[in-house]
Write a protein that binds this ligand. Structure first.
Ligand code: SF4
Length: 66
């Protein structure tokens, strides 16, 4: 699984960093992914953040390299 943020959509609200600081960090007025491959334990919280992101800028995709 791989986490990506669409820079064009992100409105820099900071919610993702607040909810999952080990995965997201705010830099230069945009959210950045610190940890692109979430652990199984992080998936439920991550799905909640994806749901709550007001800009729907975060996505989780399947990858074969995890
Ligand atoms: S929650 Fe969404 S809009 Fe807010 S900073 Fe994170 S990616 Fe950007």
């Amino acid at each position: 699984m791989r986490i990506t943020i669409d820079d064009q959509l992100c409105i820099a609200c900071g919610l993702c960093e607040e909810l999952l600081p080990e995965v997201f960090i705010m830099q230069n007025q945009k959210a950045r992914v610190k940890q692109a491959s979430p652990t199984d334990e992080q998936i439920p919280a991550l799905e909640a953040v994806i749901e709550d992101c007001p800009a729907e800028a975060i996505s989780l995709s399947e990858t074969s390299d995890v």
